[in-house]
Design a protein around this ligand. Sequence first.
Ligand code: AQP
Length: 348
Amino acid sequence: MRRVGLGNYPLGVATVLSGIQPTAAPHLGNYLGALRWWVEFQDAHDAYYCVVDLHALTVAGDPAELTRATTTMATLLLAAGLDPGRCTLFVQSHVPEHAELAWLLECTASMGELARMTQFKDKAARGGEGSARVGLFAYPVLMAADILLYDANLVPVGDDQRQHLELTRVLAQRWNTRYGQTFTVPEAAIAPPGKGARIMDLQDPRRKMSKTAGSPAGTVFLLDDPKTVEHKLKRAVTDTDPPGPGAVRWDPEHKPGVSNLVELLAALTGRQPEEVASSYQSYGRLKSDTAQAVIATLEPVQKRYRELSEDPGVVRSVLATGAERAREVASRTLARARQAIGLLPRQG
Ligand code: AQP
C-alpha cells in the first residue's frame, strides 16, 4: 500500500473511492485489506466510500436481509473509524448516476473482457454459469462506474479486486480515446505482500476469507465476540510440522495456514511477517497471540457499533448527507460522459 501522502499523490491531492458489498457483515479480510486503509486515506485525501448495495443484488439474497445488512455495514464503517466530517459515506443506490454510467460503460466493454473475470468464473461456478445472474457478469462494469464517477485517482482494495481495477483502467482509457478526455484513469492501492492484501480462510487457507464463499468457522467477522474469535483461531488449520526453530515461518506457498496467521498478526500489530514468525516456535502460542490481537482490534469497533446502533437516525442522516454530496460530483461527471458519447442534453 502506498503510504498516505507519499508516492505520486502528495497529501490532499488525490481523490479516493472504494466500496463494500452488504452481502453479510464484514470480516477481518475486508478490514485488513480495505477498511483500515479507508480510515487512513480519509485524512490524507478527498475520500468517497460507499456501501455498494446494487452489487449485492448479483447473488441471491433476502430483501429484508439486504436492507438490514446495508444499515449494519454503514454503522460498522463508522464504528471502524470513518468520520463523515472527513469523508463522504453513502449508499450506492442513493446515487442513481452509478446505474446510468454503468450502462454507458457496458456499451464500451466487450463480452470477452467480462468473461475473463476470475471472480465471475468462481461465483458462477458455484450455481452453474447458465443460471448466474446477468448482473454478476456485468458487475465489474458497475464497479468501474462507481470509481470513474468521482474521478478517483486511488482505489484502496484487497488483492482480489486487482483484475477489476485493471478493467476499469482499460475502459476509462478506451472511452477517453474514443470519445475524448472524460475520465481520470485510477490506480489500485493494494497493501504489499504480508500486510493483509489477501487474508485466507482459517479452515481452508488456499481460499480467501469471504463473506459469502468462505467457511463460517474459517471467517472472523468484525462482530464476533471474544470467545468466538478465540475458538476460530484455535481451530485454524496449520500443518503437521513439529514445533521448533523454523516451524513458524512466513511462506504462503508451502505453509499457507501458518503464513496466514503470521500475516494476520503482522498486519494487526504493524510488524513485518518475517519478524513476527521469528518470535514463535509453536503454533499454539502464535494462535493465542493472534486471537488476542484480533480481540484487541475488534473491541473498540464493537463498542462504538453498539453505541451507534442505539440511534439509527444518526447513521441515516450521515448517509443522506453523503448521498447529497456524492450526487453533486457524480451528476457533473455523468453529464460530461453523456455529452461525450452524443446523448441529447436533458432540458431543464
Ligand atoms: N480475504 C480478503 N483479504 C483482504 N481483502 C479482502 N477483501 C475481500 N476479501 C478480502 C476486500 O474487501 C473489500 C470489500 O469487499 P467486497 O464487499 O467488495 O466483496 P469481495 O471482494 O467479493 O469480498 P467478499 O468478502 O468475498 O464478499 P462477497 O462474499 O460478498 O463476495 C474489497 O476491497 C476487497 O478486495
